[in-house]
Every structure is written in C-alpha cells, then in structure tokens.
Design a protein around this ligand. Structure first.
Ligand code: NAD
Length: 460
C-alpha cells in the first residue's frame, strides 16, 4: 500500500531530504527510474487494463491504445531525449559584459505534487510523473479516488519499480488531498475540474507554489459542408464515443454546422454510430460505461432538462443499473439549456445549426475558452479565420482529439480550460526551473559603471 502510515508532513520531509541528498539530479538516477516505469508498463499491462476495466469498463483495446501505448511512448521518448534536454543551453552574451558567456541551466524544482483525474486514470497519473522525474524532482502522485482500482494498482506496483524514497503514491479523496495541499510543494500539477482547480490554486498561493492546471471545457466541432463527410463522421464519432464514451477532456462537446447541411451530417453520424456500435449500442463491448452513479445522475439531469428533452434525435436509452447511456444526438437545443452551459463529459452530443458558419465563432467565443476546438473544412479562408478568431488550448483541423498524441505539441488549456502545459519536452520544462547563468571574466572593466558618476563619466 502507499504511505498512509506517514503523515503528509513526514512524507514531504522525507522527500525533501532525499531531494537535498542530490540523488534525483543525476542523469543516471533519472534514467533508472524511467526504465523502471517502462518495465512496469510492459510487465503489468494486463493488470493495468484489467483495473481500467473495473473502473470504467473501458474496452481493453481502447485502454491499450490510449493509456498503455501513450504512456510507453512518453517514457521511451523521454529516455531517448533526456540527456539532450538536460544540457545547459548556450545563449549569446551581452557586449556590456564582454568577455563573458551565458547559458540557461535546467534545474529541478524540488518536491512536486501530481493530483490526477479518473477518466484516463493510468495515463493522467503516470505521464506527469515521467516529466517530474525526467526533470530531476522528488514526486508524489495522488490518483483519483473515483477510479479506485487503478489508484490501488498504482500504490501496489509503482514502489517496486522506482526509488520509493523519492517517488511516492498517496491514495485518498478530499480529506487526504486537502492535507497534502497544506504542505509546501515546489510545483503542483492538477488534472480535473475548474471548481476544484480554484481550491488547488488558493492552497498553492499560500506557499507561492507554481501550478499547472489541466482542466476541461466545452470543446466545439465546427463542420463545413465541403468535406469528406464519411471520414469526418468517423473522426467525430471515434473522438466522442471512442474516448471513454465521451468522458474525455478533449472529446467533442457540441457540433455547430449550417442549417442546410445538418440533415446530411446527422445521417452520416447515425450511420457511423450504427456501424461502430451496432443496432443495440447498449450491448456494445466497445463503449465504456459512465464512471459512477453521481455522473450518471448528472447526465440524466442534463437530458431531463425540459429545454432539451424533446430534442433527442438519436439514442437516449439509459440503464441506471449498468450505468450505461447510449450514444445520443440532440438537435438545436437552446443555448441557455444546462447542456449548453456545462461541460457534458459523457455520451451526449448536441448539434447546433446556424445560417452561416462564421456565426459559430461568436457562439464559441461567448463561452469560456475550451481545451480543444475542432474544425472540418476544405476552405483555407475559413480555417485562417477560425485560427485567428477562436481561442482554445489546442486546435485540430479535419479531425478530433489526436493532437493530444503529438508529443511535439504542448498540451494544456487557456483561461477556464487551464494554465501551463505538458507532454514530451513540455513536461520536462513544466517541472524545471530555467536558471539564467552569466559567467564573467575579470577583464573588460568599464569605469563609467562605477560611482562617483562624474560629469566626465556621464558624457560617456
Ligand atoms: P476527479 O473527481 O477525479 O478529481 C480530480 C482530482 O481532484 C482527484 O484526485 C480528486 O481527489 C481531487 N479532488 C476532488 N475534490 C477535491 C477537493 N475539494 N480538494 C482537493 N482535491 C480534490 O476528476 P474530475 O474533476 O471529475 O475530472 C473531470 C474534469 O477534469 C473535467 O472537467 C475534464 O474536462 C477535466 N480533465 C482534464 C484533463 C486534461 O488533461 N486537461 C484530463 C482529464 C479530465
């Protein structure tokens, strides 16, 4: 089990001592831990996918491609690039300090806290840990209590693959997290909703601790008519229901298209849904369930809102016992409905129609900035307008969600969808202080620099 016998204060003191010993700084230590994590992912793949199945009935193949493969890739990339990332970066020096040299040194921050969410509980836990270790920190991971099988698996297996004097798991819910947040950390990376993010930020402010907040929002999909409709429908459907049945921070939240094109788009979505999940999607093995009864009730409330209840054009079936909701399409729900005001985070997808697609940008901009925004179009002009007028954590043209897998891109939100970013080198940077170092020679003195500032010197 984790470290529940230790108080949070003792835990942080132990980690601080380990960090001060200097061992986490060496390339060798970092490499050994990363290799341990990689070995854990490979050796425990079945246990990991089993835990994800218990927590979410996540289809095994989905767990493999989204959680196992991406975590492995992150680890392999970091192992490959780490030595290079750790090297000080030489930059040009300044004439006024001639002769001198300047460099940026990547320094570990110290002891960092990672608080992760339930929906991709393995990847969202281990991926920031990889970044924190790569940057040479001691680290605590607090997995989500909403995905208890994955949380306890972490606590059971991670300590035997890494140096547990520097890398710890703390399991628990609000009380345990609150006690952790009372401690002084050198960085906190939190993944979850924007309400709790405010609690994290307030706790961090007390110690002036910097944070990365990985939040969510309503990710729009704007669909033009000049597209490969079949491909677009496939990419929307897999991005929505193939990512944990819509319980993903970057899953499409709502579609905007033109009134004239909507019948064709709706048909294509329905055909694709049937192709992917059959005539009886409630029986499909390829859809995760809703995580728990609280979220099931939340989604039921969104559907029961009288402003939307007669707008369902596909799906709508629910089974409370199995926590299942069928992929559901709704057409033209009002903007003041709960469903258009809150992040849906589930298998419901409203389609909003407008006369002209450029109107959609105003609709998107009237809401808090989303974590991702998607556009399907062949028009260069529309694409440029979208890029220039819509603000979002990330953007993807002619597909959904896959930008998340490109580790050359930073992953993070803006405004209400978060602050800071990680993935690939951005994870290393997120847990690193960029220390500015200028090294001077004793030659090259300019007397005008020193008092007294005589009139002669001031003419200089
Ligand atoms: P959650 O309930 O698992 O909570 C996240 C973490 O916050 C957990 O570890 C939990 O223990 C902790 N927590 C909850 N309440 C707390 C409190 N009062 N004080 C301190 N800690 C507390 O996850 P969630 O919030 O339901 O996650 C869903 C949200 O997260 C959605 O908005 C989604 O878009 C977002 N999300 C973002 C990303 C991303 O990478 N940007 C990824 C996944 C989910």
């Amino acid at each position: 089990m984790g470290d529940e016998l230790q108080s949070p204060g003792e835990l942080v003191s132990e980690l601080r001592e380990s960090f001060r010993s200097g061992k986490t700084r060496s390339y060798k230590w970092r490499k050994t831990q990363l290799k341990g994590i990689l070995r854990m992912i490979v050796e425990k793949e079945t246990e990991i996918t089993d835990a994800l199945y218990v927590d979410l009935s996540k289809p095994k193949f989905e767990s493999f491609i989204h959680e196992i493969t991406l975590a492995k890739h992150s680890c392999e990339l970091t192992l490959k690039e780490l030595e290079h990332w750790m090297k000080p970066e030489k930059v040009s020096s300044i004439l006024t300090a001639f002769p001198s040299s300047s460099k940026i040194v990547s320094e570990p921050l110290g002891v960092v806290l990672i608080i992760s969410a339930w929906n991709f509980p393995f990847l969202l836990g281990i991926d920031p840990v990889i970044g924190a270790i790569a940057a040479g920190n001691a680290v605590v991971l607090k997995p989500s209590e909403i995905s208890p099988a994955t949380s306890s698996l972490f606590a059971r297996i991670l300590p035997s693959y890494v140096d547990s004097s520097c890398i710890k798991i703390v399991e628990g819910s609000i009380p345990e997290t609150t006690r952790l947040l009372e401690q002084k950390w050198d960085k906190i990376l939190y993944t979850g909703n924007a309400i709790v993010a405010r609690i994290i930020l307030a706790a961090a402010a007390k110690h002036l601790t910097p944070v990365v907040l990985e939040l969510g929002g309503k990710c729009p999909v704007v669909v033009d008519s000049d597209i490969d409709l079949k491909a677009a429908a496939r990419r929307i459907v897999v991005g929505k229901w193939g990512t944990n049945n819509g319980q993903a921070c970057i899953a499409p939240d709502y579609i905007i298209t033109t009134k004239s094109f909507s019948p064709k788009l709706v048909d294509a979505l329905k055909i694709t849904l049937e192709k992917f999940y059959g005539k009886e999607p409630m029986k499909s093995e390829d859809l995760s369930r809703v995580v728990n009864s609280n979220h099931f009730s939340r989604l039921t409330r969104l559907l029961a809102d009288e402003k939307v209840s007669d707008k369902v054009i596909h799906g709508g079936e629910r089974d409370e016992k199995q926590l299942k909701i069928a992929p559901t399409l709704l057409l033209d729900i009002p903007d003041d409905s709960l469903m258009m005001q809150e992040e849906i985070f589930g298998p419901l997808l409203p389609i909003i129609t407008v006369d002209n697609l450029e109107e959609s940008f105003d609709l998107i901009n009237s809401k808090p900035k989303p974590l991702a925004a998607y556009l399907f179009t062949a028009s260069k002009k529309l694409k440029e307008k979208f890029l220039n007028s819509v603000s979002a954590g990330g953007m993807l043209i002619n597909d959904t969600t896959i930008h998340f897998t490109n580790t050359n891109l930073p992953f993070g939100g803006v405004g209400e969808s978060g602050m800071g970013s990680y993935h690939g080198k951005f994870s290393f940077d997120a847990f690193t202080h960029k220390k500015a170092v200028l090294h001077r020679s004793f030659v090259g003195e300019v007397s005008a620099r020193y008092p007294p500032y005589t009139p002669r010197k001031q003419k200089f």
